[in-house]
Design a binder for this molecule. Structure first.
Ligand SMILES: [Zn+2]
Length: 143
């Protein structure tokens, strides 16, 4: 399992190559009247950072296994009833769409969201394939 620093170095190298290839094939947009070329480059760089961040979230969130549907009140297995879409704001300030499972406990007659109980939305998401940030393997989805 790769450690975080080595993974980040490889990811940065992959991004460097992708940017080099893209910039070799594309011309920068013309600056507007009175706009500095630096501003054009800065805007492109900021947009590129956001685009890469959103792509990482999009690809990694889709692979997260579902949280167990365990009732937070009685501990019984709940029923998965539907998904709701919500938006998560990252530490960078990006809004990331997130599909969240709503569950229902017949015993307690209450709805609950396992991802909120398990703090999935609050825990740091791993960029590393196949494991979390401590290197533990991700749980397989229960089907
Ligand atoms: Zn319950």
């Amino acid at each position: 399992m790769a450690n975080k620093t080595a993974f980040q170095a490889r990811f940065r190298e992959a991004m460097r190559e992708a940017v080099r290839k893209f910039l070799a094939e594309e011309e920068l947009p013309e600056p507007a009247a009175g706009e500095a070329l630096f501003t054009v480059i800065e805007d492109l760089a900021l947009d590129a950072g956001d685009a890469v961040s959103l792509e990482v979230f999009d690809q990694r969130l889709a692979q997260l296994p579902p949280e167990p549907a365990t009732c937070p009140h009685c501990g019984a297995d709940g029923q998965r009833v539907r998904q709701r879409d919500r938006t998560l704001t990252t530490r960078r300030g990006l809004d990331v769409p997130l599909a969240e499972q709503q569950c229902y406990c017949p015993g307690c007659r209450r709805a609950f969201f396992p991802s909120l109980q398990g703090t999935r939305a609050g825990r740091r998401l791993s960029l590393q394939p196949g494991g979390d940030e401590e290197g533990r393997p991700l749980r397989r989805p229960r089907e």
